[in-house]
Design a binder for this molecule. Structure first.
Ligand SMILES: [Cu+2]
Length: 212
């Protein structure tokens, strides 16, 4: 009984040893690929988090302070931007169209963005052309109207198209310093009667001065 028992015990020990070895070997790869791996990652992340955590507060403070600093410059920067684009400071010009007058208020503005509103206070339809040059420089056609085809391509800088009596229109235009003419260039033909609004007097000189 003792020999078989001893053999059995040896076998058991051998088996246990094998299992331990296998288990040990098996345990190492298997767990390391699983839980231990996570554990290591966790451990790794732990320290990382720890190092990140201290770093983050520092970076946070750094980011906060510089962050605020850039914002402060940004405000002046945007201020400069709005200064470059004087949209907020756009000059406002009201132009009254009537039979047979064009009247701008004011008649002089500084160079830059101009919000121009035309009001037809008359009964006939009128339009408004903003043309480079003074009224006496404008080429005329056989109807006594401004010959728009004879103007330089960029001479008409803006237009508020035909407004019925009582109507109002507006345009925003960036004007360089110089002389301009505000013109209604409608021509009404009634049989043999040709009515050029310009010829009837619908023109007003308008001046844009150099910006300060
Ligand atoms: Cu007119």
């Amino acid at each position: 009984m003792s020999d078989p028992a001893a053999r059995h015990i040896r076998n058991v020990i051998a088996l246990l040893t094998t299992l331990l070895l296998l288990g040990g070997c098996a345990d190492l790869p298997a767990p390391s690929a699983g839980a231990p791996a996570d554990g290591q990652d966790d451990v790794g992340q732990g320290p990382d988090d720890g190092s990140d955590a201290p770093a983050d507060p520092g970076a946070g403070d750094d980011a906060g302070t510089p962050g605020d600093a850039p914002h402060a410059p940004d405000a002046p920067g945007s201020g400069d931007g709005s200064g470059d684009a004087p949209a907020g400071d756009a000059a406002k010009v009201a132009v009254e169209l009537d039979e047979w007058t064009v009247a701008a208020m004011p008649e002089t503005v500084g160079a830059g963005t101009v919000d121009m509103t035309a009001s037809n206070v008359g009964e006939a339809p009128h339009e408004l052309l903003i043309v480079r040059g003074t009224a006496d420089e404008l080429p005329l056609d056989e109807d006594g109207a401004v010959d728009e085809d004879a103007l330089n391509a960029d001479a008409v800088v803006a237009e508020i198209e035909r407004l019925a009596g009582g109507a109002e229109g507006s345009t925003t235009v960036d004007l360089e310093a110089g002389d301009y003419a505000l013109v209604c260039n409608l021509v009404h033909v009634d049989g043999s009667i040709i009515e050029s609004h310009y010829d009837f007097g619908m023109v007003d000189d308008f001046t844009v001065t150099a910006a300060d």
